[in-house]
Design a protein around this ligand. Structure first.
Ligand code: ATP
Length: 239
């Protein structure tokens, strides 16, 4: 279990995250909602070690990881799938996947790769294609696969549906659910609140760097008016 307690993160004099606490349980999806600039990406970056909290603690399976460098955090079992996917476009799919495995034991490489190919058959079918030739949805699956190659306990997903057509968003979020169902804890930032709530177990809403709502996804839906007040109409379009 990942436990983030009262973290603060600043960019110079600007405090972007002001006392965020959340938990991510194995096999569950915690959805982070919030308007632009609320501090969602910064929260994920702090967990991944890309930004250092000025205070607060981040604990994975009862061991503190606060302030550790990113590579050490990957080794502890936390994989970030960044906003915009950032696959290595000129490299082939299987080469992108290999890069995700650099912290994992070599002995389990083939087994992990087989699991990734089973979950994402398109990656297996096109394993020797350059990643840059894939569609946006396929690149997102490759970014998931690359993260899975590190054998994570927790995955941090930053806006996985960004820029994708609605039908593709559904298939991506179905994969998010499948990854959670395999036992991985998932912390997901998603602007598309409606679609995100469909696969989430728990919700944390952030406004101006502070948590304004925390609870099960079902109660977040019931409290749409509360969320609307914090997030604005756009985040709840379709409700
Ligand atoms: P978005 O959905 O727009 O990505 P977000 O909720 O992920 O928003 P963050 O990216 O975490 O928000 O940004 C939180 C605040 O920190 C914003 O005010 C933003 O302008 C600021 N910020 C983010 N990154 C930096 C940076 N590298 N340097 C300075 N300020 C930053």
């Amino acid at each position: 279990m990942l436990e983030v307690s009262d973290i603060h993160v600043s960019y110079g004099k600007v405090e972007a995250v002001r006392g965020v606490s959340l938990t991510v349980k194995p096999g569950k999806v915690t959805l982070v909602l919030g308007a632009n600039g609320a501090g969602k990406s910064t929260t994920l970056k702090a967990v991944a070690g890309l930004e250092k909290p000025t205070s607060g603690t981040i604990v994975l399976d009862e061991k503190p990881i606060t302030g550790m460098p990113p590579h050490a955090i990957v080794r502890r079992g936390i994989a970030l799938v960044p906003e915009g996917r950032r696959v290595f476009a000129p490299l082939m799919i299987h080469e992108n996947l290999r890069m995700g495995a650099y912290t994992a034991p070599k002995s389990s490489y083939d087994e992990t790769l087989a699991k990734v190919y089973e979950m994402f058959p398109i990656l297996s079918d096109r394993s020797h294609a350059a990643a840059g030739l894939l569609s946006g949805g396929e690149q997102q699956m490759l970014a998931f696969g690359r993260a899975l190659m590190s054998q994570p306990k927790v995955m941090l997903l930053d806006e996985p549906s960004m820029g994708l057509a609605p039908a593709v968003v559904d298939s991506i979020l179905t994969k998010v659910r499948a990854m959670a169902d395999s036992g991985i804890g998932i912390l997901m930032v998603e602007q598309n609140a409606e679609a995100g709530l469909d696969v989430a177990d728990d919700v944390v809403a952030i406004a101006r760097g502070e948590v304004v709502f925390t609870g099960p996804a079902t109660s977040a839906r019931d409290n749409a008016s509360v969320l609307r007040a914090f997030l604005g109409e756009a985040a709840l379009a379709g409700q």
